[in-house]
Design a binder for this molecule. Structure first.
Ligand SMILES: Cc1cc2nc3c(=O)[nH]c(=O)nc-3n(C[C@H](O)[C@H](O)[C@H](O)COP(=O)(O)OP(=O)(O)OC[C@H]3O[C@@H](n4cnc5c(N)ncnc54)[C@H](O)[C@@H]3O)c2cc1C
Length: 389
């Protein structure tokens, strides 16, 4: 078995079971063989062969891997986190593909769907034959999704959906969209086949972050769906927020995977690079930077594993997810920026992963609850006062 990181100073590896290490090593090998060789090209092109990758990741059991039944692998939460860690050590866009599929689209159907909806979609989503997306955000309602304008109205027994969703990962390649809409009974989730009349997805171009990921606008114009398209157990904003809690969990592990890749790159680069006739790694200022990164990485990994253990015990609270997401994404971003300075001019190229990670992490800092929103969630837990408005 490999070590969790070349410099796992806190021996986080020792906190894992053999099975968890084996899953992590399998995903790491998949990333080394299948993903890493192509990342610079995908990032530069602003594209990802998501369909092929979904099939391959489905074969490995990575899609919805922590769910039970319907062909899903049924692993514990820590194993799922470790898979996210390895995927994001490759690229946040690849991890996003898996997170949105498993933790957002599949989880919404799994947690709030009817048995018919689950049987129709989940087995095909586990294998990667069907791809899902999750449409909550709108152009004017990101941090405050409760203000959404997308609506679903009853017409006889049918539902008719109208509205526009923005920044939707996997939107243009999805077979099924879980769309959240305002109804007379409050916000509810709908299972929308992307072949439905009146549905279209437009790819967002010009991104400088998460370029190896597909981001889209979803447009719904009089999309008519049968009565059973609604997720029967979805009731109010807490339902989509429940899905986001799942996805944020993966980010806690994932983001510091990107940080780990930056630290590994910086250590190797500093050893090779000579400045003023000595390796860069021999200078105290460089060592201080590397040491700071390793300390933050170690703390982040311990935090992730602790949050994973709480999730597996069924006692995890929303504010604990916020602590993890806030801390680990901020730490990873700081590590990526510092690693970039060690690589000098080379650091700004796609030949090395650090600037790609740094740019990706800007999106990760914003999606699934911005850092400000997570501060407010923690503030509410501490004071009992909601300061969102
Ligand atoms: C690459 C990418 C992929 C995404 N994928 C998806 C997806 O698959 N599905 C989906 O539904 N959404 C997705 N999103 C959307 C994402 O969740 C939103 O961008 C995010 O919720 C923030 O919303 P916003 O961009 O509208 O920012 P805003 O809400 O406008 O926030 C702007 C700033 O204001 C701050 N702010 C907001 N409220 C407060 C407050 N009360 N007090 C103080 N400061 C505040 C924010 O923290 C932020 O700094 C994605 C976004 C990106 C970038």
């Amino acid at each position: 078995m490999t070590r969790l990181a070349p410099l796992d100073l806190v021996d986080a590896d020792g906190l894992l079971s053999d099975e968890e290490r084996a899953i992590r090593d399998t995903v790491r090998k998949f990333c080394t063989d299948r993903i890493r060789p192509h990342l610079a090209e995908w990032f530069e092109q602003g594209d990802l062969p998501a369909r092929d990758l979904a099939r391959e990741m489905g074969d490995l059991g990575l899609l919805g891997m922590h769910l039970k039944g319907y062909g899903a692998a049924g692993t514990n939460a820590v194993s799922y986190g470790l898979a996210c860690h390895e995927l994001e050590a490759a690229d946040s866009g690849v991890r996003s593909l898996v997170s949105v599929q498993g933790s957002l689209a599949m989880y919404a159907i799994y947690a709030y769907g009817s048995e018919e909806q689950k049987n129709e979609w989940l087995p095909r989503m586990v294998t990667g034959e069907a791809i899902g997306c999750f449409g909550l955000t709108e152009a004017d309602f990101g941090s405050n999704p409760g203000g959404m304008r997308t609506n679903a109205k009853k017409d006889g027994s049918d539902w008719v959906l109208n509205g526009t969703k923005m920044w939707i990962t996997n939107g243009s390649i999805a077979d099924v969209a879980v769309v959240w809409a305002r109804t007379d009974e409050g916000i509810r989730g709908f299972v929308v086949p992307t072949t439905a009349k009146g549905f279209r997805a437009n790819t967002v171009h010009g991104k400088l972050s998460l370029r190896a990921s597909i981001t889209s606008e979803l447009v719904l114009e009089d999309v008519r769906l049968p009565a059973d398209a609604v997720l029967p157990l979805s009731k109010g904003l807490s339902s989509p927020l429940g899905c986001l809690t799942e996805a944020r969990f993966g980010i806690i592990f994932g983001s510091i995977g990107a940080g780990r890749d930056c630290l590994e790159t910086a250590i190797a680069y500093a050893a090779d690079r000579e400045v003023f006739d000595k390796p860069l790694s021999a200078y105290q200022l460089t060592q201080a930077k590397l040491a700071e990164m390793a300390v933050e990485l170690g703390k982040g990994m311990l935090l992730a594993i602790q949050i994973g253990r709480l999730k597996d015990a069924g006692t995890l609270k929303a504010e604990q997810i916020s602590v993890g997401k806030l801390n680990n994404v901020r730490a990873a971003l700081q590590i990526a920026r510092e690693a970039r300075t060690i690589l000098g001019a080379n650091g700004i190229t796609l030949e090395y992963p650090v600037m790609r990670h740094a740019n990706n992490l800007e999106s990760v800092l914003t999606y699934e609850g911005t850092s400000e929103v997570h501060l407010l969630v923690i503030g509410q837990a501490l004071t009992g006062q909601a300061a969102f408005r």
